[in-house]
Ligand binder design. Structure first.
Ligand code: NAP
Length: 324
């Protein structure tokens, strides 16, 4: 089958089309004939040689796909050949065929094209488990989502708005802020406004209950300032830096929780529990049209290198996909 392989791993990595063996589904796995694959920052880190795939995962890139089931491993229940699905996978999605643990597979929601469904798994697994499992978001609470125009951000805003939360969200420019507003969020252009002052003003000085952050760096301290009493701050990345000189006094004074999680290294069982919750709570909102996949652009498989360059430039809004 055709797949993208990494040539010259490291800062100057190149993504090239190659012929590699078609994978075979093992017990508890399904084989998917891929229609589209979603891009993720972890793919860039893997290309740069900074993020090896977990043990047993393919060396090739791609952590989420959509397509049609082309084969079933032993013991798989609830799916059949020909089903249109999307899935979170440990690797190997930039290819004509990919193998997924059945516990991480979801049906393509009604009303969504098979291609666009590739924009759903990574963002909705991540957003759900971080807001609900880690930050324990409760009805009526206020939320701040950093990077609101990102793949993760656009999904998080839609979920929070759909569940009735007042949702603030930061972005770098007017175009991105306009998208946040269209999704029902309250945009904060962080180049023009201090997000701490903005959320304090809009919440009568109280601050926000939950913060979802991918930025880190100086946001670590500023998030503590923006949080309400008993607030929970959850980091899914530290794009501006993993290190900061932090005054922890607000943690004590406001009884805050500082959390951080990754998804890829979790067990199939844990991912299965997240899949079940997403299927129950998020899929009906997608099928009702309340939440939709936000796709910035699609590239053919052979254009994976260009797609990575686009993602690195941060000009996109929502997800970038590769199509087969
Ligand atoms: N922990 C997990 O389980 C998990 C799972 C999925 C994704 N992630 C991480 O979450 C982050 C977002 O993923 P995504 O797919 O939504 O990414 P994306 O669509 O490429 O968006 C990244 C956003 O980050 C903002 N940003 C802020 N500071 C930045 C900086 N220093 N460098 C680059 N961008 C910066 C940009 O918005 P502005 O232009 O508005 O600043 C951009 O929209 C990534 O770091 C990814 O690795 C973590």
């Amino acid at each position: 089958m055709k797949a993208i392989v990494i040539e010259n791993p490291g800062k100057e990595y190149r993504l090239v089309l190659a012929d590699i063996p078609t994978p075979q589904p093992q017990s508890g796995e399904v084989l998917i004939k891929v229609s589209a694959a979603g891009l993720n920052h972890a793919d860039m880190s893997q290309g740069e040689g900074r993020y090896p795939p977990p043990p047993g995962a393919p060396d090739t890139l791609g952590m989420e796909v959509s397509g049609v089931i082309a084969g079933l491993g032993a013991g798989v229940m609830g799916f059949k050949t020909g089903d249109a699905v999307c899935a979170l996978i440990p690797g190997g999605g930039y290819a004509e065929y990919a193998v997924a643990p059945a516990k991480s597979v979801l049906p393509v929601p009604k009303g969504v094209s098979v291609t666009d469904a590739a924009a759903l798994p990574e963002v909705h697994f991540t957003v759900w488990t971080n807001l609900m499992d880690a930050a324990r978001l409760k009805p009526g609470e206020t939320v701040l989502i950093h990077g609101g125009a990102s793949g993760i951000g656009t999904a998080a805003i839609q979920l929070c708005v759909a569940r009735g939360h007042k949702t603030f969200s930061t972005a770098a420019n007017k175009e991105k802020c306009d998208v946040i507003a269209k999704l029902g969020g309250c945009p904060i252009n962080y180049k023009e406004q201090d997000f701490v002052e903005a959320v304090k003003k809009e919440t009568g000085g109280k601050g926000v209950d939950v913060i979802l952050d991918m930025v880190g760096g100086d946001y670590i301290q500023r998030n503590m300032s923006a949080a309400a009493i008993w607030g929970r701050i959850v980091n899914i990345a530290y794009m501006s830096g993993m290190q900061a000189n932090v005054n922890f006094a607000p943690m004590l004074m406001k009884r805050l929780s500082l959390l951080a999680t990754t998804l890829r290294a979790r067990s199939n069982e844990e991912k299965g529990a997240i899949r079940d919750a997403v299927l129950k709570e998020v899929w009906p909102l997608i099928e009702a049209g309340t939440i939709r996949p936000i796709v910035d652009s699609t590239f053919p498989l052979a254009g994976a290198q260009k797609a990575h360059e686009k993602m690195r430039s941060s000009g996109h809004i929502g997800k970038i996909l590769l199509t087969m």
